[in-house]
Write a protein that binds this ligand. Structure first.
Ligand SMILES: Cc1cc2nc3c(=O)[nH]c(=O)nc-3n(C[C@H](O)[C@H](O)[C@H](O)COP(=O)(O)O)c2cc1C
Length: 344
């Protein structure tokens, strides 16, 4: 397998790095539902090199998660290099990904994440420092620029390639846009055209059909799905069906969705030492799993109040019993509804 770009999947499907979401339990689930590659949430280089326990805890992953990339962020090339060396030695992922996209104030204030995009010399220094510190392939995830004036994804991507990036993922929004407006897929096409290394398209894939459309419209080499995986990890298998020209398998019916949600919840409970904290953190996933179901407002209200994983099964059972009694209208057709994504 040619990492960081799996050659045995004609169009590799990546689960995007997502803080608080692309954690080990969800990554394992997505791998099982057809994600070819997964990436950790972004982790601070400072936290890693200082061996901050909370940061190190997030580096844990299981053998079934391979191929996996660990994503790091920071603005100090030396610290980024040290973090990459530590991650390589101790955790042995398949590649190290550098975050040049995070728009969050706390991160960009110190020139981390998309803050780096204001200084492309710094971007290159970071990539070189990381590449020198690990034998693993180094990949980058970028936005299209810091703001509209500095919007120039092709130049940024070429500079990443020149400095040694082996794969480049583009989320074609600027930092100033945060998650507003729409992702400019034509920029993915321009970057895919300009670079020799594989380019991953990312942004606004809400359905398997969107993923296939991005692939055909932009000529990207692989597709990276972020919010479109919320509550529907099976989006990867469905996308693969369409890419391979097969009829798309339907989304699981409600009972199966609940079973998957419960399994995900059990994995989260087993992974996190703080069971109550983990259950509270898990509420967002529950909301996503039931989004669009008939009577989901009431169901979500109950799920958003859980304080233990044990409560979840009872709430699902009660919903299904209500549905049997006819208290809850049947979902339209056999398929569970696709998610409406409202930003994050
Ligand atoms: C909750 C959340 C957390 C995210 N965390 C990260 C992160 O840690 N690293 C990163 O590179 N991008 C992160 N992103 C950005 C996504 O990887 C992706 O680029 C963005 O959501 C656009 O893709 P989408 O429209 O398919 O969601 C995050 C996005 C969301 C919604």
């Amino acid at each position: 397998m040619g990492f960081p770009f799996p050659l045995d999947a004609s169009v590799p499907l990546y689960l995007a790095p997502m803080a608080g979401v692309s954690e080990s339990p969800f990554r394992r689930l997505c791998r099982r539902f057809g994600a070819d590659v997964v990436v950790t949430e972004f982790l601070s280089a400072e936290g890693i090199r200082r061996e901050n326990p909370a940061t190190i805890a997030k580096l844990r992953f299981g053998p079934e998660e391979h191929p996996i990339g660990v994503q790091i962020f920071g603005s100090e090339p030396a610290a980024m290099g040290e973090a990459a060396a530590f991650v390589t030695d101790v955790f042995q992922p398949d590649f190290v990904d550098i975050n040049f996209g995070c728009p969050v104030k706390k991160v960009v204030r110190r020139n981390g994440g998309s803050g780096c995009l204001k200084d492309l010399d710094l971007v290159q220094d970071i990539i070189r420092a990381v590449a020198r510190s690990t034998h693993l392939p180094v990949t980058c995830k970028i936005r299209s620029g810091w703001n509209e004036e500095m919007r120039d994804p092709v130049t940024i991507a070429l500079r990443c390639q020149d400095a040694g990036a082996r794969v480049l993922a583009l989320h074609p929004r600027t930092r100033t846009q945060m998650y507003g407006g729409s992702a400019q897929w034509d920029e993915i096409a321009a970057v895919a055209q300009a670079l020799d290394i594989p380019v991953l398209g990312n942004g606004d894939i809400k359905t398997p059909q969107d993923a296939v459309r991005m692939y055909h419209q932009t000529g990207c080499d692989g597709v990276m799905i972020a919010r479109g995986s919320f509550g529907q990890p099976w989006i990867f298998d469905q996308t693969r069906d369409l890419l391979d020209g097969r009829p798309m398998r339907p989304a699981p019916p409600v009972e199966e969705r609940f079973r998957i949600a419960l399994e995900h919840s059990a994995m989260a409970a087993a992974y996190e030492p703080d069971r109550r904290g983990a259950a509270i953190e898990f509420r967002k996933h529950l909301g996503w799993y039931v989004r669009g179901l008939p009577g989901s407002a009431e169901l979500r209200k109950k799920l958003h109040a859980v304080e233990s994983h044990a409560e979840i099964a009872g709430i699902f059972e009660e919903y299904l019993r209500g549905r049997e009694r006819g208290d809850v209208p049947e979902p339209p057709g056999d398929e569970a509804p696709q998610l409406e994504i409202v930003g994050a």
